[in-house]
Write a protein that binds this ligand. Structure first.
Ligand code: NAP
Length: 284
């Protein structure tokens, strides 16, 4: 696929890096080159050579978004920014690929289908739901709804590997269920939708496989790393008791994958990808 007319936004995030690796001919911009929350910057950007916008930018600090400054920053990066992109895409007939999250739901249903009504329970989820609404009437849009993203950046697996190396036996939440999503899976899904010219709209995309809690995932991480650390499962309520500034989390993060699978896409098993990831992280 000719990617020379792709624009990767949020180039230095986990997904942005994976997109750059997949599409080396694409133009990639970080916030210093294009702050998409700034309408003047977006309007003044030279879009003449762009046909496809790959938006990997977001404010992803879920707890930070609960603070007054974080709330404003999340609203700007997650909602206003996407409204700006939606306007440009409509005016210039561009395709927009954007990433949403299971946090647009309250986590009471499982699995989440693409048409479940929004019901966010934290500020981050609200800002992401508002973005999904802004994209809904862009004629050429793919909104990929995902969860628990792991790539090259700060993420859960890296945090647990660091604790493991220090000999910590962590207490980890055991009542949130979902599946990890490796950035390679997201990039493959994006490439699949674009190359097959699948119908525009919203698609759930995560890795496939057994549902697991964070505690079970941590056990897998230690096992694959050959570490003997033990994991104590605790409820979300127990884990956050007495801690300030924590955003409520949905308990059910599992996304129904049947729509994207019906287009011919086969998501990898998360445990297989986790094994590869851990091996690479440890230089094995
Ligand atoms: N991480 C997860 O577990 C998870 C789960 C579900 C959905 N998602 C979604 O998946 C997508 C990718 O997430 P990720 O984990 O790759 O995020 P990430 O690693 O936090 O990267 C986000 C990037 O966006 C940039 N950015 C923030 N505001 C911007 C702005 N106004 N203009 C331009 N760039 C801006 C950030 O730059 P600075 O670092 O310089 O601020 C950062 O490089 C996001 O849409 C996220 O909401 C993530």
């Amino acid at each position: 696929m000719d990617s020379s007319n792709f624009l990767i936004i949020g180039a230095n995030g986990q997904l942005g890096r994976a997109l750059q690796a997949k599409y080396p001919k694409a133009r990639a911009v970080d916030i210093s080159e294009l702050n998409i929350a700034d309408q003047k910057a977006v309007d003044g950007f030279d879009w003449s050579s762009v046909k496809v916008i790959l938006n990997a930018a977001a404010y992803t600090n879920v707890d930070g978004a609960e603070t007054p400054e974080g709330k404003d920053a999340a609203h700007l990066a997650n909602t206003v920014a996407v409204e700006n992109l939606a306007k440009v895409a409509k005016e210039k007939d561009l395709t927009v690929v954007h990433i949403s999250t299971d946090y647009v739901f309250d986590g009471t249903k499982s699995p989440h289908t693409e048409d479940e009504p929004f019901s966010p329970i934290n500020v981050y989820g609200q800002t992401k739901a508002d973005a999904d609404k802004a994209l809904a009437d862009v004629p050429k849009h793919y909104t990929l709804r995902t969860s628990w993203v792991i790539g090259d950046g700060k993420n859960f697996v890296r945090t647990m590997l660091e604790l493991g190396k220090k000999g910590v036996n962590p207490s980890v939440v055991n009542d949130q269920a979902g599946r990890l999503t490796f950035t390679g899976t997201l990039v493959d899904a994006i490439d699949h939708l674009l190359t097959t010219k699948a119908p525009y709209g919203t698609y759930n995309v995560t890795n496939d496989g057994e549902l697991a809690s964070w505690a079970e995932i941590t056990q897998n991480i230690f096992e694959y790393a050959g570490m003997n650390n033990t994991v104590t499962g605790v409820t979300t309520e127990e884990y956050y008791r007495g801690k300030e500034g924590i955003a409520p989390r949905p308990l059910q993060s599992t996304l129904d994958l049947s729509k994207i699978i019906a287009t011919g896409f086969k998501p990898h098993n998360w445990q297989e990808d986790l094994q590869d990831y851990v091996r690479k992280e440890l230089g094995k």
